[in-house]
Design a protein around this ligand. Structure first.
Ligand SMILES: *Cc1c(COP(=O)(O)O)cnc(C)c1O
Length: 226
């Protein structure tokens, strides 16, 4: 068993323990990891991969067309990249403003399954964070739902960096409250994406249904070999 496979198994066990019978999806964050590393993880059984940078992702996707993988865009999205994002990904987790919505919707072919989208929320109220404000969620959700080539799946958040556990827990809990509120108006949403290498068990305890894990899975980023 390789190190990576060991990490992958261990993480899946910790996810299962924290989830207490719920289903929690693991997105393997493969930014700055090689296509070979993705292939090795796919061989373990991992199917969903998260990428931050479009160009990098597309290059790796071209090297992996023989695999049936699910691609999530989790990095900030510029409007001039919406076309490529809608074509090369199954999920876009970083919708944070209205302008992106029609651009993604128009670029997604009607012959394809709808693009799954999450609204990224700025939960720590920092100006530097790229997410929509909590009071902007409903307007964005309604806009997404007006486009048949998009499918609203829920919310995503990146909590403030290195806070104490208490602050992080309260941010995760706030996200859960926002998610539950949104679900009363949009019954079909099923995804609350939060939790990364350092805090995923905590996020799951607070209601995450999807975690995004990079370094704990692959080791440090930017290595050429896994
Ligand atoms: C890089 C990244 C992750 C994974 O972070 P790790 O700490 O390596 O697990 C998750 N979500 C987003 C949005 C990221 O950019």
């Amino acid at each position: 068993m390789t190190d990576m496979e060991g990490h992958w198994r261990q993480i899946n066990e910790r996810i299962a323990a924290a989830a207490m019978g719920r289903t929690v999806d693991l997105v393997a964050v493969s930014k700055l990891q090689s296509a070979e590393a993705i292939r090795a993880l796919a061989a373990c059984g991992q199917r969903a991969f998260g990428e931050n940078y479009l160009q990098e992702a597309v290059l790796k996707q071209m090297a992996l067309t023989d695999l049936d993988l699910e691609w999530h865009l989790i990095g900030p999205l510029q409007s001039n990249k919406c076309r490529d994002a809608a074509r090369h990904f199954d999920w876009v987790q970083s919708i944070n403003r209205a302008r992106l919505v029609p651009l993604l919707a128009e670029a997604r072919g009607v012959d394809r399954a709808p693009l799954n989208v999450l609204i990224q929320v700025n939960i720590s109220a920092e100006a530097s964070k790229s997410g929509c404000a909590p009071d902007g969620i409903e307007a964005l959700a309604a806009l997404v739902e007006a486009h048949p080539t998009l499918r609203l799946r829920g919310l995503m958040a990146i909590p403030s960096p290195a806070p104490d556990d208490q602050k992080r827990t309260s941010e995760f809990a706030s996200m859960r409250t926002l998610f539950d509120a949104l679900r009363t108006r949009h019954r079909q949403i099923d995804t609350l994406s939060m939790g990364m290498s350092d805090d995923y068990p905590l996020a799951i305890e607070q209601g995450a249904t999807m975690v995004r894990i990079g370094s704990a899975l692959f080791g440090a980023r930017g290595l050429t070999t896994p």
